[in-house]
Design a protein around this ligand. Structure first.
Ligand SMILES: [Zn+2]
Length: 277
């Protein structure tokens, strides 16, 4: 909720209890204590919260990055591109970003008119790959070289996709949407706008690289692999027939509803990834 150490400890304990081999974690605007730049500008954080000591801030991040976390398969990403070779020999290249357009005074903000996703000049020594852009963005043709970004995981949604608020506004980031159009990942997963929870598959137009149409008839063949219990508690999207560059599956995986009750379903997405070189 506000990045208290006790909250992070519970989150990490939950992650450790899950039997998945790889657990990618990115923070978001509520994770105040994980954003050091934010903390130095807000030494007291919020009035309702207590002062955070330097030791507590270090401990909060280390919960996700220490040896124990790594042994449990936790990989903590704030922003940038990273490749993983999975146990089955697949290559998964992920672009992650914790940042969202500023909204009141929360963590990991950027001015809404700033394009941090399509401009390599925004790179800094501590954040060398802030965008999957230009030369470093290999694009779909390089997919079998294992270099293409096939997954985007961002805290916030792109403009116009599963980003509608209760008052009907599309509040996703237009610059992030341009980055998605450029990279055309197999899957773009995000949260942040609780009301936008859901999934859709969008085809890309070859004519102008813009989103053409939502595809509603998702094949469900692998749905049979889910247990009865899983079917009750998760959403499912079979994206195994998506060709890189032709289509993208979008998932707004917000667990909480507008009242901050964790009642919305998590998602299982089946993807076919390229073989690692
Ligand atoms: Zn958020």
């Amino acid at each position: 909720m506000t990045g208290k150490l006790s909250e992070h400890k519970r989150a990490v304990a939950l992650l450790k209890s899950l039997p998945a081999p790889l657990k990618i974690v990115i923070p978001g605007n509520h994770d105040l204590t994980l954003d050091r730049a934010y903390c130095s500008e807000h030494p007291r954080l919020y009035e309702w919260d207590h002062d955070h000591t330097e030791e507590e801030l270090t401990e909060a991040i280390s919960l996700y990055t220490n040896d124990e976390a790594i042994k449990a398969g936790i990989v903590y990403l704030v922003e940038g591109t990273r490749s993983f070779t999975l146990a089955n020999g697949a290559q998964m290249t992920v672009y992650a970003s914790a940042y969202t357009p500023e909204f009141y005074d929360w963590a990991f903000p950027y001015p809404r008119d700033l394009d941090r996703f399509n401009n390599s000049e925004s790179a800094t020594p501590s954040n060398p790959v802030p965008s999957c852009d230009s030369e470093s963005d290999p694009g779909p043709s390089d997919v079998y070289a294992g270099k293409a970004v096939n997954l985007m995981i961002t805290h916030g949604p792109p403009k116009g996709v599963l980003d509608k608020t209760a008052t009907g506004q599309d509040v996703g980031c237009e610059h992030l949407m341009r980055a998605v159009q450029r990279c055309k990942p197999l899957l773009h997963c995000f949260g942040h706008i609780h009301e936008g929870s859901g999934s859709k598959r969008m085809m890309w137009s070859t004519a102008n690289n813009s989103v053409l149409a939502a595809e509603s008839n998702t094949r469900m063949q692998n749905y049979d692999l889910l247990s009865e219990q899983q079917r009750m508690f998760v959403g499912y999207i079979d994206a195994t027939n998506i060709r890189h560059g032709a289509e993208t599956a979008f998932v707004n995986a917000s667990i909480m509803n507008l009242q901050y009750e964790p009642v919305q379903k998590p998602w299982i997405v089946d993807l076919k990834l390229p073989k690692a070189p």
